[in-house]
Ligand binder design. Sequence first.
Ligand SMILES: CC(C)(COP(=O)(O)OP(=O)(O)OC[C@H]1O[C@@H](n2cnc3c(N)ncnc32)[C@H](O)[C@@H]1OP(=O)(O)O)[C@@H](O)C(=O)NCCC(=O)NCCS
Length: 175
Amino acid sequence: MILRPATQDDAPLLAAWDEKPHVKWCTGFDPDLPLPDEAREDWAAQIARDVDWLDILIGEVEGRAIGVVQIIDPHLEESHYWGTCAPNQRAIDIWIGEESDLARGFGTQMMRLAIARCFADLTVANILIDPLMINTAAIRFYRRLGFVDVGERRFGDDACQVMELRRAQWEETET
Ligand SMILES: CC(C)(COP(=O)(O)OP(=O)(O)OC[C@H]1O[C@@H](n2cnc3c(N)ncnc32)[C@H](O)[C@@H]1OP(=O)(O)O)[C@@H](O)C(=O)NCCC(=O)NCCS
């Protein structure tokens, strides 16, 4: 497994993954309906951006793209999705593209690489994630990686479980 920066060639695949029922469901959309236009990400434009608060990374196994991780700096991110946020944090989003690649250990490997990448910056104190409360499988997945519950929070219409991994906790599990 490697994590590499997304390129323009990945844009169509990322758009196709957005329409997968398991991806729509985890972002609060009806898995059985087409994604509403306003929710459609313009991946080509996102990938073309050159901002220091966003990394779009593709998980690749034996040359095949299998999933994506987005790492943001919630303090600098322009929409202020996380609200007013202290600096020196990161927030991660992750999803596997194809149903047939779920539950094969790829997500765990991608998260480990993404976490190490975040903490390689020594100023980063903790990593945040915000699975939907109903996404109990993802919450279990993050707990196994050392994330702990911070509290329930609403982002728009979505009831989410905010979780965090602190540097000290990660260093403990790494040794
Ligand atoms: C969450 C996710 C990235 C985990 O990656 P993965 O490669 O499937 O996970 P791994 O094989 O490394 O670990 C298996 C664990 O993943 C979790 N998991 C989360 N969503 C899952 C899904 N849709 N299918 C299967 N397992 C899932 C489970 O906890 C599972 O362990 P379990 O045996 O306790 O149920 C991946 O399942 C996924 O993309 N799910 C849909 C999108 C999503 O929910 N993203 C997170 C949004 S916060």
